[in-house]
Design a protein around this ligand. Structure first.
Ligand code: SDX
Length: 430
């Protein structure tokens, strides 16, 4: 642990602020007293150089392209365990024993149903409502039904709310999908694992027995693991900021879902597939790569680039492998969209613009092709991202609430507006 300080000098005044090291990764300069001592704010739009909190949950090394959940590499978790094991790890900080895992799975399983009255929320939406709009509304409304787990000062209620969120998101997501295609809702089943249960609620129909494909269920489960958490990304920061005011966890998760919807964030998987389908054939790729490099053209390669990863997103590699597994299992190995994606990736990774700006495929580049092959429309892709990220949001929310130094988030600003001036009655204005 270094005990160095950072000296700030403005004019003839100087101040020293402590430098703190993390376990791994960049150190920080603790500027908490900066405004009190210097009467200046610091400005960092987009928080490119700003840490908002201390956390023990997830670590990303953008240069090496590594991602750790509670210290465990994402590759090992994706290969070794299932999504609920990752949920336990993110929430409690350690991998579960066999007994702990069985108890956790059981507790999640017995919270998968939602209050029957909540069905009415769905029928209030137009049939063509985007499923993400439904998710924001219905998840926010959970706080109207589960008052017994909204007292965030009670550790037991915090844990019940966490379990309810993890357990009910698949049910709500599947209902949003069924509503959008005019099919009856399917109830969860207690004899199915988390991801098989979700696929059954999405694709079973009352007219026939549903048989989950274990290879597809395993792929779905792995996709959830890849999306579970990712440090202080935009939607997680939204959940933390909403939670810092003491808002109930369901409202905070609804805020996170709203933020994730943006095409620069969780909406990129839907945008990436739409882009690949717009490109259509391999011979069209050079034109789109040219447009992506043209400063006057707002077009960007969706599924490429990342604020933190300046190397290959490790999740994208696993997603690409999963994509091939799913397409091969379904006999879609020659999917033309996959051919376009692979050729686009090859071209972009050799192009000096992308190399110089360190733009690599991110998790969203291959996920759309995979999810479409699993049977989901593009409008459901970000819903699946939100389903998986709920455990990350909840774990980060819980860490923030349990931090004794926690206080309401309230940034300041550089004001460049009008100086004080007097009101002019409307009849005296020019
Ligand atoms: C997710 O934060 C997270 O961890 C998010 C996430 C998670 O798990 O929570 O990983 C999930 O959101 C993944 C990212 C999904 N978004 C996309 O795929 C959309 C396309 N990507 C870009 O919009 C962009 O790369 C961002 C938003 C992802 C990152 O933007 P930054 O960090 O603000 O970088 P930037 O916009 O400043 O870009 C740096 C340069 C710019 O050129 P210059 O102005 O320096 O000349 O790279 C260029 C950009 O124009 N650039 C791209 C590009 N991404 C950046 N050029 C073409 N195509 C792209 N995709």
């Amino acid at each position: 642990m270094t005990n160095t300080t950072a000296k700030f000098t403005i004019g003839d005044k100087s101040w020293d602020f402590p430098v703190r090291d993390g376990t791994i990764g960049p150190s920080i300069v603790d500027i908490t007293p900066f405004y009190r001592d210097s009467d200046h704010f610091t400005l960092d739009p987009g928080f490119t150089s700003t840490a908002s909190c201390e956390s023990k949950i997830t670590y990303i090394d953008g240069d090496k392209g590594t991602l750790l959940y509670r210290g465990y590499p994402i590759e090992q978790l994706a290969d070794g365990g299932d999504f609920l094991e990752t949920c336990y790890l993110l929430l409690y900080g350690e991998l579960p024993t066999a007994a702990e895992k069985q108890d956790f799975d059981s507790r999640v399983t017995y919270h998968t149903m939602i209050h029957e009255q909540m069905m009415r929320f769905f029928t209030g939406f137009r049939r063509d409502a985007h499923p993400m709009a439904i998710m924001v509304g219905v998840v926010g409304a959970l706080s109207a039904f589960y008052h017994d787990s909204t007292d965030i000062s009670d550790p037991h209620q915090r844990m019940i709310a966490s379990l309810r969120m993890i357990a009910k998101m698949p049910t709500i997501a599947a209902m949003a999908y069924k509503y959008s295609i005019g099919q009856p809702f399917e109830y969860p089943r207690n004899d199915l694992d988390y991801s098989s249960n979700f696929l059954k609620m999405c694709f079973a129909v009352p007219c026939e027995e549903y048989k989950a494909n274990p290879i597809l269920a395993r792929a779905m489960d792995r996709i959830f693991i890849l999306h579970a958490d990712h440090e202080q990304n935009a939607s997680t920061s939204t959940v933390r900021l909403a939670g810092s005011s003491g808002a109930n966890p369901f409202a905070c998760i609804a805020a996170g879902i709203a933020c994730l919807w943006g095409p620069a964030h969780g909406g990129a998987n839907e945008a990436a597939l739409n882009m690949l389908e717009e490109i259509g054939t391999v011979d069209q790729i050079p034109e789109y790569v040219r447009r992506a490099k043209d400063k006057d053209d707002p077009f960007r390669l969706m599924g490429f680039g990342h604020r933190v990863y300046k190397n290959y997103d490790p999740r994208a590699k696993i997603m690409q492998k999963t994509c091939h597994e799913v397409l091969n299992e379904l006999g879609l190995g020659n999917d033309p969209t996959l051919q376009v994606a692979m050729e686009l990736e090859r071209i972009a990774l050799e192009d000096e613009y992308f190399v110089e700006k360190k733009l690599y495929p991110n998790i969203d580049f291959y996920s759309g092709i995979t999810l479409r092959a699993l049977g989901f429309p593009a409008s459901m892709f970000t819903v699946l991202f939100a389903l998986a990220r709920t455990v990350g949001w909840i774990a980060q929310w819980k860490e923030m609430v349990e931090d004794p130094k926690q206080k309401i988030g309230r940034p300041r600003q550089l004001y460049t507006g009008a100086e004080e001036r007097n009101y002019v009655p409307i009849n005296d204005r020019g």
